[in-house]
Design a protein. Structure first.
Length: 403
């Protein structure tokens, strides 16, 4: 069996980032930059007041010696004259600093007697002044390619006066579940039937990650080789970027996924990895379409999609970071020894003095979706780990940051 690290390296090596498109800034939330954002001007474009108060020459501010008020400056309407020694200007946050001044005294430290303004204490030059270009300078690269556009990054691009950005187009991912026993949620259950959950969990996982994939739900296909081949062929012909199946990935008499993929000419790179849960996972390509054959058990499907599918999606999007957020936290309880497969255990965060620790959940069954829904994170336990006492530091994948 392949190790998790080797399998992930093969997956990422097979991915070609998608093409880019120009998009209005207002529609680009969550999309991944394919071209850097540069500043078209300096910000602030002028020396500006950081507070409400009085614009002054710092050398003129002497306690007990009033200055004469000669005008007002506010955001969008500067004081147009020259401020001479012994004078000051009422100024508001964001207003350009008047010519002749170099500092601002906040209004709480000033006393007005008509046009005579006195100050409580001396100030240094540059006091409460935002210097021109202190946020960014004209021509500077503000956001490199490969970054997802978070709210703060969108605001920065807008501040740089960019109405459009070049981003990676949204990936299209088709998701299919196979199995005679599966029915859609809301369907009355017959004998030997179970409700299909994987399409919904996987769709939410991939749609919420990074740029948010466009999901094509192929529904449920029975354990019938011709029907499975027909459905998969239509999906592959539709121009999708990733095909994700769940179920039928093992070698039972009714497990047809691998056979169907091979019949369609999909080049399978590997099948079975040293991973728990999720050993019988397949990966391959059909042209440029990535193909993941995930196990049918819901925990196995979501864990393998997290470990392999999300990094592949990030690479498709052109993200510079394909791994996503990883944490190192102390264990709240001991971990037992591990065998030959890397184990991704469910865990919950617990507050602890000085920070947070991770409590392993005892449930490890690959069909126990309730325990995964209760978990905050996956604890990564290496293969052949001898076990770890409480307090040991472990690698953690936060699950609430899937989206």
């Amino acid at each position: 069996m392949l190790s998790v690290d080797e399998a992930l390296a093969r997956v990422l090596a097979a991915v070609t980032p998608l093409a880019g498109e120009s998009m209005p800034l207002a529609a680009a939330s969550g999309r991944v930059l394919q071209a850097p954002v540069t500043a078209s001007h300096s910000q602030p474009p002028f020396d500006a007041s950081a507070m409400d108060g009085y614009a002054v020459r710092a050398e003129d501010v002497v306690p007990g010696t009033p200055l004469r008020l000669v005008g007002t400056a506010q955001a969008g309407q500067r004081f147009s004259g020259m401020v001479n020694p012994g004078q000051c200007v009422r100024i508001f946050t964001g207003a350009p600093l008047p010519i002749g001044t170099d500092s601002v005294v906040i209004q709480e430290e000033a006393t007005a007697d008509g046009n005579a303004i006195s100050f409580a204490k001396a100030i240094p030059p540059g006091h409460f002044v935002r210097r021109r270009g202190s946020v960014f300078a004209e021509g500077a690269t503000l956001l490199p390619a490969g970054l997802p556009l978070t709210p703060a990054r969108l605001a920065l691009a807008a501040a740089a006066n960019r109405a459009e950005v070049t981003v990676t187009r949204r990936p299209r991912i088709a998701i299919l579940s196979s199995g005679d026993e599966l029915v859609r949620p809301g369907t009355p259950l017959g004998p030997d039937q179970i409700v299909s959950a994987n399409n919904y969990g996987l769709a939410a996982l991939f749609a919420g990650a990074g740029a948010g994939a466009e999901i094509v739900d192929l529904g449920i296909v029975a354990d019938d080789l011709p029907a499975l081949v027909d459905t998969l062929a239509a999906a592959l012909d539709s121009g999708i970027d990733m095909l994700v199946t769940s179920g039928g990935a093992s070698v039972g008499n009714r497990d047809f996924t691998q056979e169907a993929l091979k019949a369609l000419g999909v080049g399978l790179d590997f099948w079975q990895i040293a991973l728990r849960p999720g050993k019988p996972m397949m990966f391959g390509k059909s042209g440029e379409t990535l193909v993941f054959g995930l196990p049918g058990n819901p925990v196995s499907a979501l864990v393998t999609a997290t470990v392999f599918g999300l990094p592949a999606l990030r690479r498709l999007n052109g993200q510079s970071d394909t791994a996503g957020l990883r944490l190192t936290l102390p264990l709240a309880a001991a971990l037992p020894p591990n065998g030959e497969r890397q184990h991704f255990l469910r865990g919950v965060f617990e507050p602890a003095p000085g920070g947070t620790r991770i409590m392993p959940l005892a449930e490890t069954d690959s069909g126990h979706i309730a325990s995964l829904a209760a978990a905050d994170a996956l604890i990564v336990q290496p293969e052949h780990d001898p076990g770890q006492p409480a307090g040991s530091m472990v690698d953690v994948i936060p699950l609430q940051l899937w989206a």
